[in-house]
Design a protein around this ligand. Structure first.
Ligand code: ATP
Length: 349
């Protein structure tokens, strides 16, 4: 099972530019989490901080018992071996074919013979659906194939934590769904802890077990998917529906006057863009039939049961709906609704 990543009070600035402050969250072991947020809110900076490529000025990042903010560079080197990272463009070497690109970390970091390397590389290429394309150069294949090759390379050292930066960027909706399915299948197969950074609404609605969102230099929320997907927070609703009406603006956050002006335009008949209000929760994607059972599902059910009372009412209801009726008698929890605090905005992390 993948390891837990626990972030506490993390703050990052570049010079006088504050990116985010006091970010605390825990990526549960072996579950798939997604970090959403408008462009420029520092999602990639967060991801790079987790692997120690950027250094926040405050806070802790505890991975497998080691705080990488405090540890030695030798310890950080060891911790990094737990990670597989898919950068936005796949970050492949342009002069190497896909086989050599995927084999690269094995040749660099292990002493495995070429016969073992071949077995591993081919199995990862098969997992991402690239068998037959081993001899192609990155420049000869589509963006979607480059991403899948980058994913295969991120997997060869059997990572316990997989970080994925915008798997959907540059892909059409269908290819985005295919790569989403691949991520779920990988989680089923190797039970790694996964963090996906994205602003793709479909992916956010269907892939992760847990969702967080960055906005205005803060983590607005982080928790089971049902919390964000049922949230009434204006910024969350606007983001999920992709409309212009709400606190998120084109280049920076809007002020009250701008919001009032836009609302007046819409009130007088102007289209606010985006999709119709999508209410409720669409089912989460499952591992492809024939793949191993995704262990995260049962673990997560146990986990959300234990924090159910601390969640907003709508999220509690959605979670109860999603739990297997055979295993779970929701009637015994009905009383919990009346006692819960529906105005809770930030949930237990
Ligand atoms: N190495 C760096 N030095 C200085 N500023 C940086 C550095 N890396 C990122 N930034 C700044 O940090 C802010 C957040 O960038 P980041 O790429 O993390 O945003 P993001 O949420 O991932 O955006 P997008 O969704 O558009 O990819 C930006 O203003 C960016 O210019």
């Amino acid at each position: 099972m993948g390891v837990e990543v626990s972030v506490e009070g993390l703050t990052k600035s570049f010079g006088s530019q504050r990116i985010w402050k006091d970010v605390s969250l825990t990526l549960p072991s072996g579950e798939v989490s997604a970090l959403l947020g408008p462009s420029g809110t520092g999602k990639s900076v967060f991801l790079k901080s987790l692997i120690g490529l950027l250094r926040p000025e405050e806070g802790s990042i505890v991975i497998d018992g080691t705080d990488i903010m405090q540890c030695s560079s030798k310890e950080l080197y060891e911790i990094r071996k737990l990670f597989g990272v898919l950068f936005q463009d796949g970050a492949l070497f342009g002069s190497m074919n896909l086989y050599d690109n995927v084999a690269f970390p094995l040749r660099e970091h292990t002493k495995k013979p070429e016969s073992d390397i071949r077995t591993i590389v081919m199995s990862k290429l098969e997992l991402v659906g690239l068998i037959g394309a081993e001899d192609k150069l990155p420049g000869e294949i589509s963006g979607g194939m480059r991403k899948r090759a980058g994913l295969a390379r991120a997997l060869v050292l059997d990572p316990e934590i997989i970080l994925v930066d915008e798997p959907d960027s540059g892909l059409d909706p269908v290819r985005t769904t295919y790569i989403s399915q691949t991520l779920i299948d990988i989680n089923a197969e190797i039970d790694a802890t996964v963090l996906i950074v994205s602003h793709n609404i479909n992916l956010a609605r269907t892939v992760p077990d847990n969702i967080g969102m960055l906005f205005r230099r803060e983590l607005v929320m982080f928790g089971p998917r049902e919390v964000l997907l049922t949230s009434d927070e204006p910024v969350v609703r606007q983001f999920l529906n992709g409309t212009m009406i709400g606190p998120i603006g084109m280049s920076e956050e809007k002020d009250e006057a701008q919001m009032a002006h836009e609302q007046a335009l819409v009130d007088s008949g102007h289209h606010a863009g985006g999709v119709e209000d999508v209410e409720g929760i669409v089912p989460q994607m499952q591992a492809t039939p024939g793949m191993p059972v995704r262990q995260a599902v049962a673990r997560r059910q146990e986990r959300v049961r234990s924090i159910l009372y601390a969640l907003p009412e709508a999220a509690q209801y959605a979670i109860l709906q999603s739990l297997d009726a055979d295993q779970y008698d929701s009637a015994q929890y009905t009383d919990a609704y009346s006692g819960s605090d529906a105005s809770t905005e930030v949930i237990a992390r």
